[in-house]
Design a protein around this ligand. Structure first.
Ligand code: FE2
Length: 143
């Protein structure tokens, strides 16, 4: 079973080791805890609404020639975005290195984000999303 390093303040997950400061909330390394079941298994009940769906496109309409668009939505069946049940954040990693956190409120947004990834970037894109009721779920795609 894979071990993850989880920030006890904001829930941010790191793979190889706990950073000096949390990449999301800047809490010090001592606030990280090693947890093996931090990510829900992809075959777990509820996966249809929770496993991130990643669509890597070949191009970008915003920054042509330098970028390709990646679309991420949570669930093959859209996850609810209601005040009692929603996707709180979507964390983005390139080759297991943290790149961005998208913090969501349920009022106006779908459970989705659009990424503009530099053409020069290759390797594995990892998405971890966190549902306030059902925990953290992960998916990967190749860039
Ligand atoms: Fe959920």
């Amino acid at each position: 079973m894979e071990k993850y390093h989880v920030c006890q303040i904001c829930g941010h997950i790191e793979f190889d080791s706990a950073p000096v400061h949390c990449n999301s909330c800047f809490a010090p390394r001592e606030r990280f805890k090693e947890i093996t079941d931090a990510i829900m298994p992809a075959e777990k009940e509820g996966r249809e609404k929770h496993v991130p769906q990643i669509i890597v496109t070949g191009e970008c309409g915003l920054i042509p020639n330098a970028c390709r668009d990646v679309h991420v939505k949570i669930g093959s069946v859209p996850h609810p975005m209601q005040s009692d049940h929603w996707i709180q954040w979507i964390d983005v990693y390139i080759n297991k290195e943290f790149s961005a956190r998208y913090q969501l409120k349920p009022d106006h947004l779908q459970a989705s984000v659009g990424l503009h990834i530099k053409n020069s970037v290759t390797g594995t894109l990892t998405i971890i999303q966190h549902c306030n009721k059902h925990g953290s779920w992960m998916a990967e795609a190749q860039l």
